[in-house]
Design a protein around this ligand. Structure first.
Ligand code: DX5
Ligand code: ZN
Length: 217
């Protein structure tokens, strides 16, 4: 399987949102990555289901929603109604993670779990078979444009191993500081989905950058 590219709309220009959505629609990107921040789980506040619903109405690709919020169970049906396909919650934000994952799946959505840079991969060993996606954070969540934390590469390899041992179908997604210089190493380590925000939207040619992330040249 070739890997997927998921531009993060957090780095889009919100004064020209429709233009940026069309740019992604007509590019080689595969998914739209939507970063939801509540000012509690992470220091920053971004956007919620209302904005995602409007973006999803114009987007022609998979909608991948990354919830950086406390008590995400409260909003699962809202994000389903907004048109999301994958709904990812943070391991660190869920006391009853198994229940949360089941609630996401019961809504007919694909369920993802994200790990902060300090959270070890082995903590997923008793839930990995239930998951459609694991998101490895390669920066501390909250902001775009941060520097890639190298330890994420080891975590991806460890996760790939866990997925194989357990016979899980989970995709491995990596998020934070991804760019054209590290994309190949990430895919070689086992990443299936590359999220990229500033590398795409701050580039002089976003479409060409997406193509480079996809084909490494
Ligand atoms: C960070 C978000 C990321 C962010 C990535 O908390 O989860 O998705 O938008 O931005 P870049 O690619 O600029 O690091
Ligand atoms: Zn994200």
């Amino acid at each position: 399987m070739s890997h997927f590219i998921a531009p993060s709309m957090l780095s889009a220009n919100f004064l020209h949102l429709e233009k940026d959505i069309e740019l992604i629609n007509s590019s080689e990107a595969d998914w739209f990555h939507m970063d939801v921040m509540d000012g509690m789980f992470v220091p920053n506040i971004s956007f919620g289901p209302m904005i995602i619903k409007q973006m999803a109405s114009k987007a022609t690709k998979v909608i991948d929603t990354h919830l950086m919020i406390e008590q995400p169970d409260r909003y699962i049906s809202d994000f389903k109604d907004a048109g999301t396909d994958y709904l990812t919650v943070h391991y660190e934000a869920c006391t009853h993670l198994h229940r949360t994952v089941q609630a996401i799946k019961n809504e007919g959505l694909r369920a993802g779990v994200s790990l902060n840079p300090h959270t070890p991969v082995h903590l997923l060993k008793d839930i990995i078979q239930e998951l459609d996606l694991v998101l490895i954070m390669s920066v501390n969540p909250g902001f775009g444009g941060q520097k890639f934390i190298e330890n994420a590469l080891e975590k991806i390899k460890e996760l790939k191993n866990l997925i194989q041992i357990k016979g899980s179908n989970a995709l491995i997604e990596v998020d934070g500081g991804v760019n054209v210089n590290n994309s190949k190493a990430l895919v070689d380590a086992g990443a299936d989905v590359l999220v990229a925000g500033s590398a795409v939207f701050k580039a002089s040619d976003p479409t060409a950058t997406i193509s480079k992330l996809k084909h490494f040249n």
